[in-house]
Design a protein around this ligand. Structure first.
Ligand SMILES: [Zn+2]
Length: 59
């Protein structure tokens, strides 16, 4: 089963497997924004923008 949510940035449809668990990251195929799954119950999935991870290259 697949649940769908709208990308919070570009409104494209994201497909999220119903087996997805809270805390997983889903990337928008359209704009690349990462979303964190904050709720996944009974095939309904809620996402929030994932915090941006800034790479520290240790210059
Ligand atoms: Zn998007």
């Amino acid at each position: 089963m697949i649940a769908t949510v709208s990308c919070l940035v570009c409104d494209a449809e994201l497909e999220v497997a119903a087996a997805t668990e809270k805390g997983e990251i889903v990337e928008c195929a359209s704009c690349g924004q990462e979303h964190e799954v904050v709720d996944a119950t009974d095939g309904r999935v809620a996402v929030e923008l994932a915090p941006e991870v800034e790479e520290d290259w240790g210059e």
